[in-house]
Design a protein around this ligand. Sequence first.
Ligand code: SF4
Length: 312
Amino acid sequence: MSFHFYHGKRYRTFNTYLKETFGCRVHKVSLDAGFTCPNRDGTCGTGGCIYCSNKGFSYNTRKGVPPLTEQLKQGIDYMHRRFHASKFIAYFQAYSSTYAPLNHLKKTYDTIRSFPEIVGLFISTRPDCLSEAVLDLIETYREDYLIWIELGLQSASDDTLRRINRGHTVADFIDAATRAARHELPVCAHVILGLPWETKREILKTAELLARLRAPGVKIHALHILKNTRLASEYAARPFALLEMQQYAALVCDFLERVPPEAVVQRLAVDVPKNELVEPQWCLRKQETMVAIEAELERRNSFQGRLSRDTS
Ligand code: SF4
């Protein structure tokens, strides 16, 4: 097996995938459409996931949620000025972006139709917010847009999902991802590495699950603690070990070796706002983290999917 199809990289980067699809760079505009989350409003839980801070996750949430058209216009203008970008993806990022009545969802997603520069519709949500009716609705945009559903998994351990208060099970994720695949809607699984009680073996089980499901995409990040979260209170009361950058880089490589070779790796490190971060501080050094991951793959002479056949 070789990695020549990654265009010289040792994993299938998101930018490469977008260039293959559109022939040019495409930039994401992250949106907060004012949705909430069933794990916050009491429908399936309260308090949310222990690490959840939408202020930490989303620029437009920090800005006080301007009207959607304004968010799109400002995001497009900014990317155009900064990167000379001409094509964009509307990324419904904040909270659970399928958690609303169908007519409201349609009206919200339809906002992007007024922006001809938008070529993609990415929707971030939870496994328990993907009914057949929602999938049918999302499918109607496929003719005009590149569609991805970004689906929170975080870990393939039900024990971990309970401890981080996800309010859904691994089986719920498998069910949602399988049904999305039936609708030919690609799913990008979100995963957290470095939960202090998870062993390397448990972490790799998450990669192996994604390999079994032939997950089309994955987003990975290191556990980091944001202010005003339950995790921040737990950490203040009883500090626990967090990964160092090099440990994270090694784990990412172990993980990538096991995910499907064709999966699009949409993220390996997050942009964390400095004033929202508690620890670890190295999460602010995104570029250095990316370099450490690539150096580790190089050192091993390894690449994405090298071991995934063994687990499928
Ligand atoms: S599912 Fe997402 S929005 Fe809801 S509590 Fe968890 S992290 Fe926050």
